[in-house]
Design a binder for this molecule. Structure first.
Ligand SMILES: [Zn+2]
Length: 248
């Protein structure tokens, strides 16, 4: 196999491993995912309930302030009652008193139901926090384990970065640039192995690009084997190569 192609294959493999190690370093590891999601869901549940409790407390304060206001008014009207001189004024005042009494009782009701809501939310919160404690402890333990694994992964990342730089340094710049352009288009991998198309009874083997299935011309097969430039698939433009077991 040509030397540049060999190095490009090594480069692709190092980049793939680097990407995986980076993901592991910055993401949530698979073995923690389930607990992580449960932890996050419980936390959201608790936060929502805290919001409900706080909202109920706000409503209660508003209703209690309204009760107080209405009581002040009632007191004022009751003091005025001795000072009215006409039947009409008296009637009007009684009506005001009736209205304000209505306001007091509806605000008291609102305060009471807000209080009820608040208490229920607090009780539920206490239960949730209690059951959350066990998850939180397990989560903290797994986080500690995860943190302990990170330095080793970080070391692998550094090693792979050095490896990538080393491989690039022994390749012609044009070839690296060509590879990187294709990698931009196919972040999962710029390389595609060539595979034989099995057709019983056929004497000459035919080949295709295993990424897109496009046929690889016999002349191109020769070029991949013997040339020293990178050969791209006519259709998807990935860089073609032979796996060793199919080299023959
Ligand atoms: Zn292709």
């Amino acid at each position: 196999m040509n030397q540049n192609l060999q190095s490009i294959l090594e480069l692709q493999s190092a980049l793939t491993r680097l990407h995986e190690a980076d993901q592991r370093l910055h993401g949530i590891p698979d073995w923690m995912r389930e607990l992580h999601e449960e932890h996050a869901a419980r936390k959201t549940e608790i936060e929502k309930l805290e919001e409900t409790a706080a909202e109920a407390a706000r409503q209660r304060r508003t209703a209690e302030a309204a009760v107080q206001d209405a009581q002040e008014k009632l007191k004022k009207y009751q003091q005025q009652i001795n000072k009215v001189s006409t039947q009409r004024e008296y009637g009007a005042l009684l009506q005001e008193i009736d209205t304000v009494k209505g306001q007091i009782s509806s605000s008291e009701e609102a305060a009471f139901s807000a209080l009820d809501l608040h208490e229920k939310a607090e009780k539920e919160l206490a239960a949730l926090r209690e059951s959350f404690r066990e998850i939180e402890e397990r989560y903290a333990a797994e986080m500690t384990r995860w943190e302990a694994e990170k330095p080793e992964i970080a070391r692998q990342v550094e090693e792979l970065k050095a490896q990538v730089a080393e491989i690039k340094s022994r390749l012609p710049r044009g070839i690296v640039a060509q590879f990187e352009r294709i990698l931009d288009r196919y972040p999962a991998g710029a390389m595609a192995p060539v595979r034989p198309i099995e057709r019983p009874g056929q004497r000459q083997r035919e080949w295709h690009c295993s990424a897109c299935n496009y046929r690889v011309r016999p002349q191109v097969v020769v070029e991949i084997r013997n040339g020293d430039s990178l050969v791209q698939c006519d259709s998807c433009k990935r860089i073609l190569f032979f796996r060793e077991e199919e080299e023959g």
